[in-house]
Design a protein around this ligand. Structure first.
Ligand SMILES: NC(=O)c1ccc[n+]([C@@H]2O[C@H](COP(=O)([O-])OP(=O)(O)OC[C@H]3O[C@@H](n4cnc5c(N)ncnc54)[C@H](O)[C@@H]3O)[C@@H](O)[C@H]2O)c1
Length: 340
């Protein structure tokens, strides 16, 4: 008989670290199957039922998993992030799109075999948006899910297309088959803002200047910030991001009218980051040296998002505003990490 389990791809990443721990805290009996191309830390490994160091593009690996497990929920976190995907667009497309398609197919096969819906949690991104310039961006303010969807990066295009794939698998999969299956892929996506973790280092996102500034300051290193002081994006701390994934996962499907939702916490400029970091680490030094090309990408992402649908349909609310995020989570944890 197959073992009921939860699959997490990209489990060794920033979100994966927090998610594995929170899932096991919530339910110590949970069977987590984790896949990542990099080995997980010993602490994370101990919290998982099985850890696979492998590639989501390996279809025989996915076949083996399907044979041994009944996945009730899949958290598909593995991806090539925005900066790397822009430098290697074909690789970005392959892992972000083809990789997601493979996981969606695995979920659809499992739903067919077990007769139970398989929840598929997908972290999309504000990179799915594309605004033409800073003036329009600042005027647009809080952007709704269906506005400004002209993504300009390979990563953003990949995310947007995967949302569409999710919509297809959720509502229209094999719609011409004479015999419709009773169970399907229950796709649920969140367009995350820039995420800030005190525990892990960022790994190549275009919104990483905020967290990088903080980690450099805590180590007494000078940081060359690749956007100007005025660059503004929505951000959120990792505990809120994990809460959102768990809350959306737990919401009854009948409450959800969409397959993807904005969520927000605070919208701040690069200078706002510097001011608050400087208070905590008075010797912090940041040179604002905009990289015009990376800045253009930041300029095309919204300054803020309208998350009223998520608040209404699945009770989303953030716990950490900008002040609380730094005072109660980031600064204490980062000081502890670097022994300050
Ligand atoms: N961190 C953010 O600010 C942010 C914002 C919006 C959306 N997201 C999305 O959330 C997800 C997780 O992000 P993260 O910040 O934890 O990223 P991350 O880079 O820290 O983690 C991604 C993980 O996926 C793994 N991976 C990459 N390719 C793989 C492959 N082919 N097979 C198996 N594993 C592979 C990597 O080794 C890494 O551990 C991604 O889909 C990302 O696009 C992140």
């Amino acid at each position: 008989m197959s073992t009921k389990a939860v699959l997490i791809t990209g489990a060794n990443g920033e979100i994966g670290h927090g998610l594995v721990s929170r899932l096991t805290e919530k339910n110590p009996e949970i069977n987590i199957v984790a896949i990542d191309v990099h080995p997980l830390s010993k602490t994370l490994q101990d919290q998982c039922h099985e850890v696979i160091v492998g590639d989501i593009m390996d279809s025989s690996l996915l076949d083996r998993l399907a044979a041994f497990y009944d996945f009730e929920t899949i958290y598909h976190l593995a991806a090539i992030l925005s900066t790397k995907a822009e430098r290697e667009p074909v690789l970005g497309h392959r892992i972000n799109v083809d990789g997601t398609l493979g996981l969606l197919e695995l979920a659809a096969r499992q739903a067919r075999a077990t007769g139970e819906n398989v929840k598929f949690l997908f972290p999309s991104s504000i990179a799915a948006y594309g605004l033409p310039n800073v003036a329009v961006k600042m005027k647009a303010g809080k952007v709704k899910e269906n506005e400004w969807l002209d993504a300009r990066t390979m990563y953003g295009i990949n995310k947007k297309y995967c949302e569409d794939l999710g919509r297809y698998y959720n509502w229209y999969y094999r719609q011409l088959d004479p015999q419709q299956t009773t169970a399907h892929v229950d796709f649920r996506g969140i367009r995350f803002p820039g995420l800030i973790s005190a525990v892990t280092l960022p790994t190549g996102g275009t919104s990483d200047y905020g967290p990088e500034m903080m980690h450099y300051a805590a180590q007494g290193k000078v940081y060359d910030c690749f956007v100007p002081e005025s660059a503004t994006l929505p951000f959120m701390v990792m505990p809120d991001a994990i809460n959102a994934l768990l809350k959306l996962e737990a919401t009854p499907a009948k409450n959800l009218t969409q397959v993807v939702y904005n969520i927000g916490a605070f919208s701040v400029s690069a200078k706002d980051f510097y001011d608050v970091i400087k208070k905590a680490f008075p010797s912090a030094h940041v040179n604002f040296k905009p990289d015009v090309l990376r800045q253009k990408i930041v300029d095309s992402w919204p300054a803020d998002v309208d998350d009223s649908l998520a608040r209404k349909e699945w009770g989303w609310s953030h716990e950490f505003d900008f002040k609380r995020a730094f005072d109660e989570y980031l600064i204490p944890a980062v000081k502890n990490r670097y022994g300050k």
